[in-house]
Ligand binder design. Structure first.
Ligand code: FAD
Length: 394
């Protein structure tokens, strides 16, 4: 990518791409190890939740048309390469070999996990909902438990018109009513978050791509360039999202010691998070530039409800694995936005409202989203090396 790595990322970010690359190298080992701990590798979501945005959204994509723009002739490919297989969930979290839980208590495992602390002050107050996602996502009885580490985000063959319609609806949410300067800042941030998510997904599917001629999984440089690398703005939006999530983690640093990640491994999990957060600094993003006064409060309400719609649009995604990672990441951004825009550290009540009420699902999605971005940045650095090797004929 022809980008200036020493230039700041844009409004609100007093940090360069080169600096984020360097932070990311330092935290990489801890974030990977963190998302593989018992607390962080399980997620709950409802794959059957009704899509409320349009009619005729008959669930799973069984049609080859989902994938026309990726592979020309799916019918000739083996069964295990079909989009409905690649995009399905390998949910064997009921695996009896695992010592910490059994099939019978599978559903209650995550419910029990750290119940003592995370639910302590967690009476949901629907009338005072500061959430940027739909809280019903995690309360629904049809929600299933998935082991994220067994369902990596990678190429699934999901695409074509259906995926295009989802992206179109997501971008259409960025439609604020006024064009005042502050609205523009909010609009710009909203666009960057969505585009950064889109580009991050594009990076993962290019990095973990199925070569249908050899049957091997691996990075596809041409695909990465076509989706992300040839668009410096998209690359920059991934870094912007990294800055947003990193700043929200930085902001809850003083309260981390009060959070509990379960008895026996509580300390080691906490230590990993502290190692990560201590590599971050507040310059990475300045949330105070947005929503400064009373007028801005209404823009903030608008922003919140529009972002909530983005999290709900995930219910319309046809490919289960894409939907799951879509939920993880939109909930992760929603949690970051709540911490950035609703937590006023000087105000005890705001602290109680936001930090004390953080649920395990918010923490799980927040840290997994950070890992998704961290992985994207590592892949971008690798793709850059591959690109330079190609250009220099090595
Ligand atoms: P799309 O990526 O569908 O994009 C549509 C249009 O948006 C493009 O033509 C372009 O004009 C514009 N655009 C593209 N990228 C950006 C950007 N970063 N910023 C701004 N504008 C942009 N596929 C997988 O293989 N694995 C997955 O895990 C996966 N997860 C998904 C999750 C969700 C929520 C969705 C909606 C889709 C997911 N997909 C996944 C599908 C994938 O995102 C693409 O839609 C698909 O690969 C087809 O890509 P495309 O090139 O046709 O354009």
């Amino acid at each position: 990518c022809k980008m200036d790595k020493d230039e700041n990322l844009g409004p609100g970010c007093d940090v360069t791409i080169a600096e984020i690359n360097s932070i990311n190298k330092k935290i990489r080992k801890d974030i990977v190890s963190l998302v593989n701990t018992d607390f962080f590798r399980y997620f709950k979501f409802d794959p059957f939740k009704k899509c409320t945005f349009w009619e005729n959204n008959d669930g799973i994509c069984f049609s080859r048309s989902c994938a026309v723009d990726v592979v020309e002739d799916w019918a000739k490919l083996p069964e295990y390469w079909q989009p409905e297989v690649l995009g399905s969930l390998a949910n064997d979290s009921t695996n009896e070999n695992e010592t910490h839980h059994t099939a019978e208590d599978d559903a209650s495992f995550l419910n029990e996990l750290c119940n003592n602390n995370n639910n302590k002050n967690n009476q949901l107050d629907i009338n005072n909902d500061l959430n940027y996602y739909d809280i019903n996502d995690f309360l629904n009885k049809d929600a299933v438990l998935v082991d994220l580490s067994k369902n990596p985000e990678r190429f699934t063959g999901y695409g074509g018109q259906e995926a295009g319609q989802i992206w179109k609806s997501i971008y259409a949410e960025n439609c604020f009513s006024s064009d005042e300067a502050d609205t523009c800042l909010a609009k710009d941030a909203f666009y960057r978050i969505v585009s950064g998510l889109h580009a991050s997904i594009g990076t993962h599917l290019s990095n973990d791509h199925l070569d249908t001629t050899t049957g091997e999984w691996g990075p596809d440089l041409d695909l990465f360039m076509a989706r992300v690398g040839n668009f410096p703005e998209r690359v920059s939006n991934i870094y912007f999202n990294y800055a947003i999530v990193a700043k929200s983690l930085w902001k809850i640093k003083p309260y981390l010691k009060e959070l509990d990640f379960c008895n026996s491994y509580d300390n080691s999990v906490k230590q990993k998070i502290i190692n990560i957060v201590s590599q971050l600094d507040s310059r990475i993003f300045d949330e105070d530039l947005m929503f400064k006064d009373d007028y801005d409060a209404s823009i903030k309400d608008d922003f919140r409800s529009r972002f909530k719609n983005v999290t709900k649009i995930m219910d319309c995604v046809h490919c289960d694995r894409c939907k799951m990672w879509g939920k993880v990441q939109t909930t992760g951004y929603a949690t970051s936005l709540k911490i950035l825009f609703e937590l006023n550290e000087a105000d005890e009540e705001s602290r109680q409202q936001v930090v004390n009420r953080l649920t395990k699902f918010e923490l799980i999605s927040l840290l997994n989203t950070f890992n998704r971005l961290s992985t994207s940045i590592q892949s971008i650095n690798n793709f850059e090396t591959l690109y330079n090797e190609r250009v220099n004929g090595e």
